[in-house]
Design a protein around this ligand. Sequence first.
Ligand code: NAD
Ligand code: WQD
Length: 338
Amino acid sequence: MTILVTGGAGYIGSHTVLELLNSNQQVLVLDNYSNSTRESLERVTKIAGRKIDVVRGDIRDASLLKSIFSSYSVSSVVHFAGLKSVGESVEKPLEYYDNNVVGTRVLLDVMNSFGLKKIVFSSSATVYGDPAEVPIREGFPTGATTNPYGTSKHFVERMLMDLCTADPKWHAISLRYFNPVGAHSSGLIGEDPNDIPNNLMPYVSQVAVGKLKELSVFGNDYSTHDGTGVRDYIHVVDLALGHLAALNKIESLSGFTAVNLGTGKGHSVLDMVQAFENITGKKIPYKIVSRRPGDIAICYADPSYAEKILAWKATRGLSDMIRDTWNWQSKNPNGYKG
Ligand code: NAD
Ligand code: WQD
């Protein structure tokens, strides 16, 4: 049986494909390379010592999906494919709703017609909006999102819930990621943003490698221990293993299940800068600028449900995250472009 991984050439997808291969699963990747290159999968093949079946194409292409499900015996789908830039989603909301919501609708429709009813979906802590308290538990209200990207994740979750209500044969696990960072310890695969990074860790590592001059810290007047935003950073390999845990349990979990994937620990922007400097010995010049619109003060998970229901918890700490980020960035200053 084969696991179809949509968006498997991307940052989290490539790390998950590697862990799936390491656990002897058959994997088929479907990716349109809109935010990735074939090189990530070449490197996954190199690390794993195993070939991967790859189809270049789009999740919105129903006839392509039909031909995939006709040719392969697919047992479950791990669904990463989608657009993920918060800022871009504000400028191009229809692209986000088309790719993320319509794309998932097409995928679910074709899966349904083939009687394939098991999906693990890449959701995000962003569905919680600005939570009333922390740590965030899965039962907290969702949907008060602050940008079209977050809303698209919320819509997909609603679609999955409604589908599971309509047809009890469906099994959908929505994994709500907190802040994925880090890279595989080989330094061969990692996060490769196309443009100037939006997210903190890729920005910091590009400052460290000399590609960017200084970090702008978005606000130091939040009610946190040092005034800067606090987040739950999770190592991408722990996150990848969370998908394997979800696949292990999916048969026994009927209907829709939402699970936080985080560590339960919050770190501020300045904590991250300090830790990066300590671990890498690189100086990170920074300046404090005004808050970034839409940002919240504090966001970290209660990860206990994941441990209970998936028998999974994150085991890699902040120093692993930073060491592996730097190992990837310093070995690949221009990402997969060499
Ligand atoms: P990524 O951009 O590196 O990977 C997404 C992959 O999907 C890319 O390889 C891209 O080419 C592909 N893709 C996009 N649209 C497609 C389409 N229509 N058809 C086929 N392939 C398509 O992003 P990532 O960081 O690996 O994130 C993976 C998933 O996890 C996304 O759904 C993202 O929204 C979600 N997520 C990411 C984060 C994060 O901080 N990275 C946090 C929470 C959730
Ligand atoms: C972390 C902290 C910033 C950059 C986003 C999405 C979320 C999810 C993960 C996909 C915040 C601060 C950042 C910089 C800074 N993605 N910061 N200077 O905003 O928690 O989450 O990525 O699902 O949906 O919203 O992550 O890494 O952008 O920011 O000061 O140049 O770092 O203000 O406090 P965020 P981030």
